[in-house]
Ligand binder design. Structure first.
Ligand SMILES: [Zn+2]
Length: 271
């Protein structure tokens, strides 16, 4: 695990984000489309590391053992085809149609909101868990905090979170879902700079306000982004559309990172 990040200078954070972007860009062709792509999930845990205490870092390091924070954040996306974890297939998202209220019983609780809260609850009560179970719940927490903040993972069932909406981008056909998983970040030239400004400029009082609540209240931020996501003037993704989407995606990634960091401190404060 990279224990250094928290103590790093902002310059190193920028360099690190740049490297992550570059790696993701080079591998984006093979990134599967079911969550923020790697860049999104990695960025969220990088942001979170800035807000966790050294003792929290040490506790997490003990449970993750040889896994890095980056690897932990994308583990759930690498389970496809592994029948042992079929029970997690629906945990990445929730479908709530326009005008419908959120309910924890959607899909009998097999949804991103209920499962994120459940992972946090399990980790706070980890006296009842084996170290392996703690590690599993950490990986679920790392990943689902990201997915909860992706608007098309908390979208409408009528088009399966944008999976049924076909759009043309750079002459190729994509689902709108895919655009918001990866392209919205990969096409954002100011991404690293804007994220690092948020890291520098957001005051403690604001951070505390952001971190308050639980998955049920955090879910609203992704939902509120849906009008922007669906502002399509045609079936072509334009520069204007991407420019409107970039700050929305940046903000959601930042909220997810802050919430993950503060939640981890909350979980590991005791013991
Ligand atoms: Zn996912």
């Amino acid at each position: 695990m990279n224990l250094q990040l928290k103590r790093n200078t902002k310059t190193t954070i920028i360099a690190k984000l740049r490297l992550v972007s570059l790696v993701a860009l080079l591998t984006s062709v093979s990134i599967a489309s079911f969550g923020w792509g790697r860049t999104g999930h990695h960025t969220i845990v990088d942001i979170a590391q800035n807000y966790v205490s050294n003792s929290t870092l040490d506790s997490i390091s003990k449970y993750l053992a040889n896994d890095t924070w980056h690897a932990a954040s994308t583990w759930m996306d690498e389970l496809r085809g592994n029948s042992q974890y079929n029970y997690m297939q629906k945990w990445h998202y929730i479908n709530v149609d326009k005008g419908q209220a959120y309910s924890p019983t959607i899909e009998n609780g097999d949804n991103v909101v209920t499962q994120l809260d459940s992972a946090i609850f399990n980790l706070k009560n980890r006296r009842n868990l084996t170290p392996e179970q703690v590690k599993l719940n950490l990986k679920v927490l790392f990943h689902l905090m990201g997915d909860l903040h992706n608007p098309l993972h908390v979208g409408y069932g009528s088009d399966r979170g944008g999976n049924d909406v076909r759009v043309v981008f750079n002459g190729k056909s994509f689902s709108l879902h895919r655009i918001w998983d990866t392209e919205i970040i990969e096409t954002n030239q100011l991404f690293e700079e804007n994220i690092s400004s948020k890291l520098k400029e957001t005051k403690k009082r604001e951070l505390k306000r952001i971190a308050k609540g639980n998955a049920t209240t955090w879910f609203i931020d992704g939902r509120n982004a849906l009008p922007t996501v669906y502002t399509l003037s045609s079936d072509t993704i334009t520069t204007d559309y991407l420019e409107q989407g970039h700050p929305v995606a940046e903000n959601l990634l930042f909220l997810a990172g802050v919430r993950l960091g503060f939640t981890l401190n909350d979980i590991f404060r005791k013991y």
